[in-house]
Design a protein around this ligand. Structure first.
Ligand SMILES: [Zn+2]
Length: 339
């Protein structure tokens, strides 16, 4: 039995959406804006235990703002991290699945409301509200995110870490998420090519039967945070047949344009961009610091340029909000051709 060819999954989805798709915005930072205290090695995954209703609410806010893809709260949810908190393997696996279920519940609620809304509008003679296609992506954060010591933004893992140790670290979580009812896996904030290689081998070895996207983060316009070139990282992603899109997330908007050009050189798969607000995270102080120089609050002004450079999926990462996503959605829907 051969594996389904997943590489065109997002391209097909984009056709359904009229050419462009909106990704959601920051999840963890939005939970914090609603008062959640995420100062914990589990970060947003802490809410999976303490306040799943808040996670569902934030997913819904992003759907209402126009998102076509919502990303689950499993970014920093790892079986190893749960075990360190006294949460058993079984309970940990249940929590991983729960993160996807919460996103699916939000999608159901949203679809019900949209269907009802369009019926009411229809009754009013205004039948322009349509059910939007929505995907649920299961988030996988890097090994550095699990370490929760800032190495997700340095990409430096030390000599003891190899492709093999990374595969073993991610293996069970990826298997569980692949069978959780998610439409795809979003490997996010990948800091180096070694981890991209580990993901690619893992998808193949475990014959993971849902598509995936690989998204990297950068502190300049050329390399990913660990220093490997964006070009090399994107080539690894491009060669993996389960990879259906390649992108950049949690990176300041000012660096995006150059990175898109590197990705475009090595792939014809859809390009995904969901930058952070442009502030930088101080891993030691555990706080976001506004960057000096250009004001980045309004990164929506970049959206058209990114589209022209070949990007077709855009959203936001840390410190972006439903307001950001609503604005992106407006720009993208004016570019989309109606289907
Ligand atoms: Zn982020």
């Amino acid at each position: 039995m051969g594996l389904k060819i997943w590489s065109t999954f997002l391209a097909d989805f984009l056709r359904q959406c009229g050419g462009y798709a909106v990704i959601d915005g920051g999840l963890a930072t939005e939970l914090e804006r609603h008062g959640a205290d995420l100062n914990d090695p589990l970060w947003s995954a802490k809410c999976l235990v303490s306040s799943p209703h808040l996670i569902r609410r934030v997913h819904l806010d992003y759907l209402e703002a126009g998102a076509n893809i919502i990303i689950s709260s499993s970014y920093q949810a790892t079986l190893q991290g749960f075990e360190e908190k006294g949460i058993s393997r079984e309970e940990g696996e249940a929590l991983l699945k729960r993160s996807v279920e919460i996103a699916r519940e939000a999608r159901n609620i949203y679809n019900d409301r949209a269907a009802k809304g369009s019926w009411d509008d229809f009754a009013d003679g205004l039948s322009n509200l349509k059910c939007r296609p929505v995907l649920v992506a299961a988030s996988v954060g890097s090994y550095g995110a699990y370490l929760a010591d800032g190495s997700e933004y340095s990409g430096i893992y030390g000599d003891a870490i190899s492709v093999k140790t990374l595969k073993d670290f991610h293996r069970r979580r990826v298997q569980v998420l692949a069978n959780s009812g998610a439409d795809l896996i979003a490997f996010e904030t990948t800091p180096n090519k070694m981890e991209a290689q580990a993901y690619a081998e893992l998808l193949e070895e475990e014959a993971i039967n849902i598509p995936a996207w690989f998204s990297f983060s950068s502190k300049d316009g050329t390399n990913v945070v660990g220093g490997d070139s964006m070009l090399e990282c994107a080539s690894i992603a491009d060669s993996c047949k389960q990879v259906t899109g390649i992108g950049i997330n949690c990176t300041p908007p000012r660096y995006i344009q150059g990175l898109i050009q590197s990705i475009r050189k090595v792939t014809s798969k859809p390009i995904i961009v969901y930058p952070n607000s442009g502030e930088t995270y101080d891993g030691e102080k555990k706080e976001w610091v506004a960057s000096t120089g250009v004001a980045e609050e309004d990164f929506v002004s970049y959206v058209d340029k990114w589209c022209e450079a070949g990007v077709s999926l855009i959203g936001g990462c840390c410190r972006t909000t439903p307001k950001t996503i609503r604005a992106i959605s407006k720009v993208l829907s004016s570019r989309s051709h109606r289907v």
